[in-house]
Design a protein around this ligand. Structure first.
Ligand SMILES: [Zn+2]
Length: 82
């Protein structure tokens, strides 16, 4: 359920890649509210500013959407190299 929602967010273009700052990737995920998702490359750690993530410290649909978005992008880049 959570993953389905995340995939939907990514497929609908709701994941906006903001850029690389230092060693962190910044995203904005447009959901009911906008959420800022950060991926710290150095310790492979994802963070989101939503209530679910803050309370449970578990990957929320926004983090999952960004993970899915990254996977899709990497898959496309690999395809492009063939
Ligand atoms: Zn979240």
């Amino acid at each position: 359920m959570k993953f389905k929602k995340a995939k939907g967010l990514a497929d609908q273009g709701k994941v906006q890649f903001k850029g690389l700052v230092g060693s962190s990737l910044y995203f904005t995920v447009i959901s009911n509210d906008d959420h800022e998702v950060i991926f710290r490359i150095t310790n492979n750690r994802w963070m989101c500013d939503c209530e679910y993530y803050t309370r449970k410290n578990l990957d929320c649909s926004h983090v999952l959407a960004c993970k899915y978005w990254l996977q899709q992008r990497e898959a496309k880049e690999l395809e492009a190299k063939d």
